[in-house]
Design a protein around this ligand. Structure first.
Ligand code: NAD
Length: 499
C-alpha cells in the first residue's frame, strides 16, 4: 500500500511514529493509501529546518520572492490535470470542481506575485525638524497553517502563498483525509525555486496540531476547519503567545424576496446548495423565502430539481456532485436528516436511500430538501455540511434578516431581489462577514479578503488580500533624526510633541 510521509527540508521523507491514517477513495470506498501521523519530535525537526531557512529567505529581495511565485503559478497550471485527479480521488468532488479548487488557490498566488508592491511601508518626510518617519512590514519567522479536508488545494495556497511571499517560512499540516495535493504543491514550490525548508508539509492528527500550538518558535498559526477545533486552536495558540486566525463552520442563508427571479434563484440554490455535495463552508444551506406565495413557488421549483440531481463518481463529467469524503461523514449527514424528520420539519426530498449502481461501497448521498424548518430545531442551529437544503420560511423582510443575524455562525449570506433599497439595507444590517447580492456564493476574490463573523472566525484578521499581508507581517516604525551639525539639545524630561 502507498504510504505518504512528510515533506521536510526539500524532500519527501517517511514518518517515524508508526501511526498512520487511512486515505480512502470516496468514489469506491477503498483504502488507497496510508498517511503518517507526525510526532512532536518530527514537528520540532521541521521547525528547526524552517528556522534555518528563514535566515536566508527573509533576506531575499521581494522581487525574487515574487519570481518564485510566478514560476510556481506556471507549474501548477502545467500540472492542473494531475492535481485535479489527485484531489478528486481523495476528496470525492467532481473533476471540474477540483480544477476550481486549484484555480481559486492559484488566484491567491497571482495576488502574492504583487508582493513587492503589497509589502511596501510608508514614509513621512519632515515629520519634525530634521525628522523622518518610516514603517516597514517584516515577516514573522516560522509560521504554520492547519487546513481542512474540503479545499485541499485552495486553502493551503491561501495561507502559504501570502506567508511565503512576505518572507516567512511555512509549515502546512493538511487534513489527514486528503494530504496528497499539499504534498505535491510543496514539491512544485521547490521546483519553482523556493529554497528547501521554505515550505514543508508535516502530516498528522491532534498530536501534530498540538505540537504546532505549543512550539515556541512558531510565530503565527492560520487554521481553517470546524468551529469547535477553531476555538480550541485559537485559545491554545494565543495562550502560547502566537498570532492566530482560526476560521470555523458556517450556516449560510439565502433570503429570497418576493420580487426575485425565481428561475434564477432556483438555479443558484441548486448549484450553491448541492455543489461539492454541500461540503463547502460557503454552501447555501438555508433558503429563506419571504411570504407564503414565494415559499410555495420556490418549493415547487426546487423539488423536481433536487430529485433529478445527478450523483456520480468523481471522474464522471456528467455528475453534478460526487461522494461525501468518508463513510463516517456520510452517516453523520444521514443522522441529521433523521433528526430533522423527528424535529418536525417536512422532508420534501429524501436522499438517504440513494445507491450508485456498481459503486455500492462509495459514500454517496442523494440530495435532500427540508421545508418548514424553524430556528429552535437542532438541525437548523448546526452545520450539516452535506447535500441538504433547508427552507426556513419568513413572513417579512425583518424576520428574514433576523435569521442569519441571530445565528451562531456568520460566514456568508445572500439576498435575491430586484429592489436596490432592500439589498442595501440588508447588506448594511446583517451580522455576517460576506454578503452576496444576487450572488449565491460570495467568496471574495484573492485581492479582497475572506472571513466570517461570530463562530465562523476566531481572531481579527482575515485570509488573503491586504489583510493576509497584515496577518503574515508585523510593522516596525522608525523615527530618524539627522540634524545638520549634529544634535545640540539639552536633556528634555517631557514627552516630545509637535507644536
Ligand atoms: P476539522 O475541524 O475536522 O479539521 C480541520 C483540521 O483540524 C484538520 O487539519 C484536522 O487534522 C485538525 N483537527 C481535527 N480534529 C482535531 C483535534 N481534536 N485537535 C486538533 N486538531 C484537529 O474540519 P474538516 O472536517 O476537515 O473541515 C470541514 C469544516 O471546515 C467545516 O466546518 C467547514 O465549514 C469548515 N471550513 C471553514 C472555512 C472557512 O473559511 N470558514 C473554509 C473551509 C472549511
Amino acid at each position: 500500500m502507498r504510504t505518504i510521509g512528510h515533506f521536510i527540508n526539500g524532500k519527501a521523507v517517511e514518518g517515524t511514529s508508526g501511526r498512520f491514517g487511512d486515505i480512502y477513495n470516496p468514489s469506491t470506498g477503498e483504502v488507497q493509501a496510508k498517511v503518517a501521523f507526525a510526532t512532536k519530535a518530527e514537528m520540532r525537526h521541521a521547525v528547526e529546518v524552517a528556522k534555518k531557512a528563514f535566515v536566508e529567505w527573509r533576506a531575499v529581495n521581494p522581487q525574487r520572492r515574487a519570481r518564485v511565485m510566478f514560476a510556481f503559478k506556471a507549474l501548477v497550471e502545467k500540472h492542473m490535470d494531475e492535481l485535479a485527479h489527485m484531489l478528486s480521488s481523495e476528496h470525492g468532488k467532481v473533476l471540474a470542481d477540483s480544477r476550481g479548487d486549484v484555480q481559486r488557490g492559484l488566484e491567491v498566488i497571482e495576488f502574492a506575485c504583487g508582493i513587492p508592491h503589497l509589502q511596501k511601508g510608508e514614509y513621512t518626510e519632515g515629520a519634525g525638524p530634521s525628522i523622518d518617519i518610516y514603517s516597514m512590514r517584516q515577516p514573522l519567522g516560522v509560521v504554520a497553517g492547519i487546513t481542512p479536508f474540503n479545499f485541499p488545494a485552495m486553502i493551503p495556497m491561501w495561507m502559504f502563498g501570502v506567508a511565503i511571499a512576505c518572507g516567512n517560512t511555512f509549515i502546512c499540516k493538511p487534513s489527514e483525509k486528503d494530504p496528497s495535493v499539499p504534498m505535491r504543491l510543496a514539491e512544485l514550490m521547490m521546483e519553482a525555486g523556493a529554497p528547501a525548508g521554505v515550505l514543508q508539509v508535516v502530516n498528522g492528527d491532534k498530536e501534530a496540531v498540538d505540537a504546532i500550538l505549543d512550539d515556541h518558535d512558531i510565530q503565527a498559526v492560520s487554521f481553517v476547519g470546524s468551529s469547535a477545533i477553531a476555538q480550541y486552536v485559537y485559545a491554545r495558540g494565543t495562550a502560547n503567545g502566537k498570532r492566530v486566525q482560526a476560521m470555523g463552520g458556517a450556516k449560510n442563508h439565502a433570503i429570497i424576496m418576493p420580487d426575485a427571479d425565481l428561475d434564477q434563484v432556483t438555479n443558484e440554490l441548486i448549484g450553491a446548495g448541492y455543489g461539492s455535495a454541500g461540503e463547502r463552508c460557503m454552501a447555501i444551506s438555508v433558503a429563506v423565502p419571504v411570504g407564503k406565495k414565494t415559499a410555495d413557488a420556490l418549493v415547487a421549483r426546487l423539488k423536481p430539481r433536487v430529485e433529478s440531481l445527478k450523483v456520480g463518481v468523481a471522474t464522471d463529467p456528467d455528475a453534478d456532485y460526487g461522494p461525501m469524503v468518508t463513510a463516517q461523514h456520510r452517516d453523520k449527514v444521514k443522522a441529521y436528516i433523521d433528526q430533522g424528520v423527528k424535529e418536525g420539519a417536512r422532508l420534501v426530498v429524501d436522499g438517504r436511500g440513494f445507491k450508485l449502481q456498481g459503486y455500492e461501497n462509495g459514500y454517496y448521498l442523494g440530495g435532500s430538501l427540508f421545508d418548514h424548518v424553524t430556528p429552535e430545531m437542532g438541525t437548523y442551529q448546526d452545520e450539516i455540511f452535506g447535500p441538504v437544503l433547508q427552507i426556513a420560511r419568513a413572513e417579512d423582510f425583518d424576520s428574514a434578516l433576523a435569521l442569519p443575524t441571530n445565528h451562531q455562525y456568520g460566514n456568508g449570506v445572500a439576498i435575491f431581489t430586484r429592489d436596490g433599497d432592500a439589498a442595501r439595507e440588508f447588506a448594511s444590517r446583517v451580522q455576517v462577514g460576506m454578503v452576496g447580492i444576487n450572488v449565491p456564493i460570495p467568496v471574495p476574490l484573492a485581492y479582497h479578503t475572506f472571513g466570517g463573523w461570530k463562530r465562523s472566525a476566531f481572531g481579527d484578521v482575515n485570509q488573503h488580500g491586504p489583510e493576509g499581508v497584515r496577518f503574515w507581517t508585523r510593522v516596525k516604525t522608525v523615527t530618524a533624526r539627522w540634524p545638520k551639525g549634529g544634535v545640540r539639545e539639552n536633556a528634555s524630561f517631557v514627552i516630545p510633541t509637535m507644536k
